[in-house]
Write a protein that binds this ligand. Structure first.
Ligand SMILES: [Zn+2]
Length: 280
């Protein structure tokens, strides 16, 4: 694969009891960062994998029924609340941004999308259609905030990109969708969490194979122990059967290749190794 720079940086966090995210977890509330992949392509600029939280999340969840989302998932946008401040804090020049890759349309992954509406957006057609077709209350129930998603976007759909074989490091995953057409970023469907839920395979500049797993699981522990969230959580948002099939594949991928970094979007432990120059 063509190599890219990669950092995995939080933009805000939310709190839930751990027990909602993994069977047998604690009832104590735990902070879950909303991680953003900052991918530096050697020729084309910087692509973001998801946007994390944003002040737009707060305005979108001010009215009812959207306010229920904020009540059930208390959010902290973090110290660098404003978009420009967050970019500057992490040494990202806004003019270098080249596009956004959206794993799925839950509010915590696309809250900042309006800041990036002038750039191309890669996403699943199935995910965008699910968001657009749901009723207002249906969207809240499914974790969508339509106000955060621009009405007009320059979309490229994962489903339309050509399939390319993945390196054996990603087995049992065998192929991905070559979204930029140069073998650098391969989108991989990880079904179950919600309609149109995809991850991204890449190889870093120093040769690490990385699979951004979005919300296929909440933590690396879930993958290593092959332990899903309670059925209530998986059934509420998506499809439990395909969720479990995806978890099994990720568990096998981790077992096959100890060097493959599988990074869930809300796992603080997995983020530590990829914070780049932001590491303390
Ligand atoms: Zn999420």
């Amino acid at each position: 694969m063509k190599r890219v720079g990669f950092r995995w940086i939080a933009r805000g966090s939310c709190r839930h009891p751990e027990a909602m995210t993994i069977r047998g977890g604690s009832l104590c509330p735990v902070d879950f960062p909303a991680l953003v992949g900052v991918i530096a392509h050697p020729e084309r600029g910087i692509f973001l994998f998801d946007t994390g939280y944003d002040p737009d999340f707060l305005s979108a969840t001010r009215p009812f029924p959207e306010r229920l989302y904020r009540w059930t998932t208390p959010v902290d946008i973090g110290p660098d609340t404003e978009w420009q401040t967050w970019l500057a804090a992490h040494g990202i020049a806004e003019s270098d941004l080249a596009g956004t890759i959206v794993s799925h349309f839950h509010g915590d992954h696309v809250a900042g999308l309006k800041r990036l509406a002038h750039l191309p957006v890669w996403c699943a057609r199935a995910g965008l259609e699910d968001l657009r077709q749901a009723s207002r209350i249906g969207r809240v129930r499914r974790g969508y905030l339509a106000d955060c998603v621009p009405a007009e976007m320059h979309n490229h759909f994962f489903e339309d990109a050509p399939a390319l074989p993945l390196p054996t490091a990603f087995a049992p995953y065998e192929e991905g969708r070559d979204i930029l057409g140069d073998g650098s970023l391969l989108a991989v469907e990880l079904p179950g969490h919600c309609p149109g839920h995809w991850g991204l395979a890449l190889r870093t500049e120093d040769g690490r194979d990385v699979l951004l797993a979005a919300d296929a699981v909440w933590s690396g522990k879930s993958i290593s122990a092959c332990r899903p969230p309670p059925r209530l959580t998986t059934a509420l948002l998506g499809d439990s059967r395909s969720y479990h099939a995806t978890l099994n594949l990720l568990h096998r991928a981790a077992g096959n290749n100890g060097d493959l970094a599988i990074l869930p979007s809300h796992c603080a432990t997995s983020a530590a190794a990829f914070r780049g120059e932001d590491a303390d």
